[in-house]
Design a protein around this ligand. Structure first.
Ligand code: ADP
Ligand code: MG
Length: 363
């Protein structure tokens, strides 16, 4: 379906993609993961010539995209792209957003295009929003409309560039479920995403991009369960836990909570456990906040999808006390709340750091 040979792309002297060769079969769902700046967007944009490659070959269903006789617009009809920022036409209603291109480019009658648009909107759960304008929709709804608009062109290949990264955590799953559904229907898809659980679940193959090359590729089981190379391992590990350093007692609790919230929704942590975790973090940090000797604190949250176990690790400088053993009336209530939330705890100290490990009860 898609053949890429020795693809390279430079912007001026700056080489963004180096020698990428891949073969993608019909019906495959490829997740593309990797650090930001590694060339993921550029890779997708080169495939449909939104960025012109500097070298190499791209064939879509056997058609040479770089041949100057190729009608690129026509190939793009079969290979549509969904962007992070939706790109809906703000001045057009939902239904007009969906019918414009099919009428103009596929030569459909208004009636036919509208019939199809209605069908697609029902499919994505937005059957009631035909006549709304984009700014009357939530982010998740806009992105679903953008996906429907893409489907209205009856593509065989869809390229998704971080389709959920502009969304509030609460809206991510509604968009992911629509994409999951398309995967089941056998569309060929390339999805750049930071949603690791989703990637693991939906893809046939995963590409890990690093510095403009496919550093490692494999099945989701291989890449997420048993990556072979160092950088992939480090990347996957980072994605599976949340890590933050708090430099002083004046740290930003709101931003920490937002990170925790987004981590939990990425990993589909159940709501009750999330509340427990947020409460635990707040209460524990209250205790830590009583003394500057506790800072800087390195805080890590680990979540095991298999067992549902949440762990909170707090690492502080050597010599600091165990905050759970603070005495005094001020801390009594906090300590009681914390105890109530925990399954188990462990405090270890070594020459270079103290580590408090807290295991949350599974509600
Ligand atoms: P990713 O999507 O993995 O975050 P991108 O493909 O967006 O990465 O970008 C890869 C690198 O190419 C980045 O360093 C980025 O700054 C650079 N880059 C992307 N587009 C352009 C452009 N139009 N001009 C110059 N540099 C660009
Ligand atoms: Mg990008």
């Amino acid at each position: 379906m898609i053949t890429v040979e020795h693809l390279s792309k430079s912007f001026g002297d700056f080489s963004v993609l180096r020698d990428i060769s891949v073969d993608i079969k019909q019906g495959e769902v490829i997740s593309i993961i990797g650090p930001s700046g590694s060339g993921k967007s550029t890779f997708l944009r080169c495939i449909n010539l939104l960025d012109r490659p500097s070298g190499g070959k791209i064939r879509i269903k056997g058609i040479d995209m770089l041949d100057r006789h190729t009608d690129v617009a026509k190939v793009r009809q079969k290979m549509n792209m969904v962007f992070q920022s939706f790109n809906l036409f703000a001045h057009l209603s939902v239904i007009d957003n969906l019918t414009l291109a099919p009428m103009k480019l596929l030569g459909k009658s208004r009636q036919e295009a509208e019939r199809k648009a209605h069908e697609l909107l029902r499919l994505i759960g937005l059957g009631e929003k035909y006549y709304c304008f984009p700014d009357e929709l939530s982010g998740g709804q806009k992105q679903r409309v953008a996906i429907a608009r893409c489907l209205a062109m009856e593509p065989e290949i869809i390229l998704f560039d971080e389709p959920t990264s502009a969304l509030d955590p609460t809206m991510v799953s509604e968009v992911l479920s629509v994409i999951r559904r398309l995967a089941k229907e056998g569309l060929t898809m390339l999805i750049v995403t930071h949603e690791m659980d989703f990637a693991r679940d939906v893809s046939t193959r995963v590409f890990y991009l690093d510095e403009g090359a496919i550093y490692e590729q494999g099945t989701p089981g291989e890449i997420f369960g048993n990556p072979g190379r160092e950088k992939t391992k480090a990347f996957i590990r980072r994605q599976q836990s949340l890590y933050q350093r708090l430099f002083s007692a004046d740290f930003d609790l709101y931003s920490l909570n937002a990170e925790v919230e987004s981590f939990c929704s990425r990993h589909l942590v159940p709501l009750k456990s999330r509340h427990g975790l947020t409460l635990l973090i707040e209460e524990v940090l209250q205790l830590y906040g009583t003394s500057s000797s506790f800072f800087p604190i390195d805080i890590t949250v680990n979540y095991s999808e298999k067992t549902g176990q949440l762990e909170l690790l707090l690492e502080s400088p050597p010599g600091s006390a165990n905050p759970l053993e603070l005495q005094g009336e001020d801390s009594a209530l906090g300590l009681a709340i914390i105890r109530n939330l925990l399954l188990d705890r462990e405090f270890t100290h070594s020459d270079n750091r103290n580590i408090l490990k807290l295991y949350l009860k599974n509600p």
